[in-house]
Design a protein around this ligand. Structure first.
Ligand SMILES: Cc1cc2nc3c(=O)[nH]c(=O)nc-3n(C[C@H](O)[C@H](O)[C@H](O)COP(=O)(O)OP(=O)(O)OC[C@H]3O[C@@H](n4cnc5c(N)ncnc54)[C@H](O)[C@@H]3O)c2cc1C
Length: 352
């Protein structure tokens, strides 16, 4: 059955999608209509991520959907992955954010910088939603400038000890595993930044939700504190190195976020249109009045376009004749403009 929501093809790209991409989009679209939209208002007001959505999202293969099937992921192409983010964000930005973090900021770094053992251990569990992850890069004093981070990881004979704090961490209090970025060398050496997989039940690790956000309310955002957190050597993402590594993750996430923005625009447009069709004012839907205004605006645009060359010619003539020409034109302009607006309004009244 086709989804209830028919979509808004802002960029005229629907025709470029292949059959599989359209099918994936429509499946997620229907899931959003049936499962997400009915509950999201309450979650938004409560300021809490609706965890009951996790099994359904996992079943559809939405976590790390563009990573390979051999690790339990859907192995989709990047367009299909983007369409998933678009449809999720049509339902709610916080839910899209949840999926972006799980896929692009947690599963992707394990896939890109982890060992084969780490991939086999973590990725299938994350794809199935059994393990939720978070990504700890930002710190209380280092957001736009993560190179300045002061979280450190000191190597010991059997592993690493992490100390520091992370701020604004999506899924922080939901997560069973955190990707923590820390400096392994001197505090001014951004090249020594490396990633670690830290189970959130490790002694010394704590997460506290940051309350009262004005947007992305249905997404959990937390502060993480790491106080003498001991992890084994196998926690290091061995192929990570320098700030480039977390920035690669952010690039992967931003790709999905860009698709998400299209979904949010679709939802806003659809909401505005349905409001205009339903809201009755003076005995008829407000859309009727809006349409008249749109007609009026169109007419004014046409009039202004036609008027511009003539006005420019007049200005040139005036400017050539005397220096006060431009002032004379601007004094005459509004009067002439007013006359044209009145004329257009009259036409619009006739059209009603
Ligand atoms: C809802 C939410 C979820 C998040 N999730 C995560 C997450 O999962 N993991 C994670 O690691 N981080 C996360 N973040 C953190 C996010 O990445 C940071 O908020 C971001 O990097 C900006 O840092 P900041 O908030 O400290 O702002 P600041 O760096 O303090 O910037 C404040 C303002 O100053 C401007 N500014 C900063 N430096 C300069 C400059 N040099 N020149 C001119 N203007 C400047 C900025 O553009 C901004 O407008 C999240 C944030 C939010 C709000």
């Amino acid at each position: 059955m086709p989804p209830k929501f028919t979509g808004v093809d802002f960029y005229n790209i629907d025709g470029l999608l292949n059959e599989e991409e359209r099918a994936i989009r429509d499946t997620v679209r229907s899931w959003v209509d049936d499962n997400l939209i009915p509950i999201i208002g309450e979650a938004y007001v409560a300021g809490k991520f609706p965890r009951q959505l996790i099994p359904g999202m996992a079943e559809l293969g939405l976590f790390g959907a563009n990573l390979p099937e051999e690790y339990g992921c859907a192995g989709l192409n990047n367009v299909a992955y983007g369409l998933i983010m678009q449809e999720l964000e049509r339902g709610d930005s916080g839910v899209r954010s949840f999926a972006s973090v799980q896929g692009a900021l947690v599963m992707y770094p394990i896939y890109a910088f982890g060992s084969e053992e780490q991939k086999k251990e973590w990725l299938p569990q994350m794809a199935s939603g059994k393990v939720i992850g978070c990504f700890g890069l930002t710190e209380p004093d280092y957001g736009s400038n993560p190179a300045g981070m002061i979280t450190v990881a000191k190597e010991t004979k059997d592993g690493w000890v992490l100390n520091g704090a992370k701020m604004w961490i999506t899924n922080g209090s939901t997560a069973q595993a955190a990707i923590i970025w820390a400096k392994t060398g001197r505090i001014d050496d951004a090249d020594s930044i490396r990633g670690f997989i830290v189970p959130t039940d490790t002694k010394g690790f704590s997460a506290k939700d940051q309350k009262g956000k004005l947007s992305l309310r249905a997404s959990d955002t937390s502060e993480l504190v790491l106080q003498d957190v001991h992890v084994p050597k196998s926690a290091l993402l061995a192929k990570s190195g320098g700030l480039k590594s977390p920035l690669m993750c952010l690039t992967a996430a931003r790709y999905g976020i860009a698709w998400g923005a299209v979904g949010a625009a679709m939802a806003c447009y659809d909401e505005a249109v349905s409001y205009a069709k339903q809201r009755v004012m003076f005995g008829k839907p407000i859309g009727g009045f809006q349409l008249q205004q749109a007609r009026l605006a169109d007419m004014l645009t046409e009039i202004t376009k036609a008027q511009l060359p003539a006005a420019a010619g007049t200005a040139r003539r005036h400017a050539h004749r005397d220096h006060e020409g431009a002032a004379a034109l601007s004094a005459a302009g509004p009067t002439e403009g007013r006359r044209q607006i009145d004329a257009a309004a009259g036409l619009a009244r006739q059209a009603q």
